[in-house]
Design a protein around this ligand. Structure first.
Ligand code: IPM
Ligand code: MN
Length: 371
């Protein structure tokens, strides 16, 4: 298969981790005889520095005319600490999601057996967790009308949803549930918010079309608690934009590191794949960022194009790296490897699983050059 892939590596650790995802995809192209063509575009703080715009027209054009977008991370402290900045890196990502119509953001959360003891949560709580979070991505409070009074003392953000916006992601969530454990949990705040009551109504109606799937409801405050009390009760979580943002960061604790969580953002015509972590500015250039979330995002890209064996090869390599503790300091304090070395191992394992196995001895005596 030939795929054009736009690469928007962005800010902070974005370029370092995205480079490892590309390495994994190049290994896949080689091993499975595909042709992946990567074209880079500017986005985020780096784009503001270079062009004054967090999403230059050129970048948007590139993304509209490509098969898939591979995204790194955006954000920089100089904007985080300046609430009155006239342009912000995040605007680039939000505009991209909106312009590409990426209304469904899918975030898988899994307790990897080899990492269970790395989570701050107890083994018996997280064992068996396997959740697919469906976060609505182009509506709600993120995109509603924003107002600041003339004297700068009153501000508001409108949370608005329409029936079609709820319907389209709901169908995707139910279709996924049919292929999994057949349960959808709608997370909302229907005891308080009108928009949540519309979600309940629309989702309940659609659920009738999927009689093999059970639908249940949780208020978001309770869902936040259930996520750390009993996460294995969840199969597919369906939720609006901001609740999904918060719940998915919380859920990342289950896996032991936010550096493991990948995501896919899909719409009717475009798709984008990105780690859920941010730009982690303090780590930039130090080689300590975990590339696995970016690499697993590349696996989600392959799945999106039905390259299931290929995605599996990436997941196998990642699982091997975790099993052998070939990991960055977030997961490995005794003998951590760099971002690049973890990426090298994974790419190498994709190309040649047997040889990498044989190098097992070297890894544990601390020889960082294993390939
Ligand atoms: C995410 C991020 C973004 C969001 C930010 C960077 C705008 O936190 O993808 O989860 O809030 O959606
Ligand atoms: Mn987030």
């Amino acid at each position: 298969m030939k795929l054009d892939i736009a690469v928007l590596s962005g800010d902070g650790i974005g370029p370092e981790v995205t480079a490892q995802a590309i390495k994994a995809l190049e290994a896949i192209a080689h091993a499975f005889d595909h042709s992946f063509i990567f074209k880079e575009g500017l986005v985020g703080a780096i784009a503001i520095d270079k062009t004054g715009n967090p999403l230059p027209d050129e970048t948007l054009e590139l993304c509209v005319n490509t098969d898939a977008v591979l995204f790194g991370a955006i954000g920089a402290p100089k904007y985080d600490n300046d609430p009155s900045a006239p342009v912000r890196p995040e605007q680039g990502l939000l505009k991209l999601r909106k312009e590409l119509g990426l209304y469904a953001n899918i975030r898988p959360v899994k307790a990897y057996p080899t990492l269970i003891d790395k989570s701050p949560l107890k083994r018996e709580i997280i064992e068996g967790t396997d959740i697919s979070i469906y976060r609505e991505l182009t509506g709600g409070i993120y995109f509603g009308k924003k107002e600041l009074s003339a004297d700068g003392t009153v501000a508001s953000d409108l949370c608005e949803y329409s029936k079609p916006e709820i319907e389209r992601i709901t169908h995707l969530a139910f279709k996924t549930a049919q292929k999994r454990r057949k349960k959808v949990t709608l997370v909302d705040k229907a005891n308080v918010l009108e928009s949540s009551r519309l979600w309940r109504k629309v989702v309940t109606e659609i659920a009738k079309e999927y009689s093999d799937v059970t639908l249940d409801f949780l208020f978001v405050d309770n869902a936040a608690m259930q996520m750390i009390l009993n996460p294995s009760q969840f199969d597919v979580i369906l939720t609006e934009n901001m609740f999904g943002d918060i719940i998915s960061d919380e859920a990342s604790v289950i896996g032991g590191s936010i550096g493991l969580l990948a995501s896919a953002s899909v719409g009717d015509t475009c798709c984008m794949f990105e780690p859920i972590h941010g730009s982690f500015p303090q780590a930039t250039g130090k080689g300590i960022a975990n590339p696995i979330a970016a690499i697993l995002s590349a696996a989600m890209l392959l799945e999106h194009f039905d390259l299931l064996g290929e995605a599996h090869a990436i997941r196998d390599a990642v699982e091997k790296a975790l099993e052998l503790n070939i990991t960055t300091p977030d997961l490995n304090t005794d003998n951590p490897l760099t971002t690049e070395k973890v990426g090298d191992f994974i790419a190498d394992y994709i190309l040649n699983p047997e040889d990498s196995n044989l190098n097992f001895e070297n890894i544990h005596v601390g020889q960082s050059t294993i390939i």
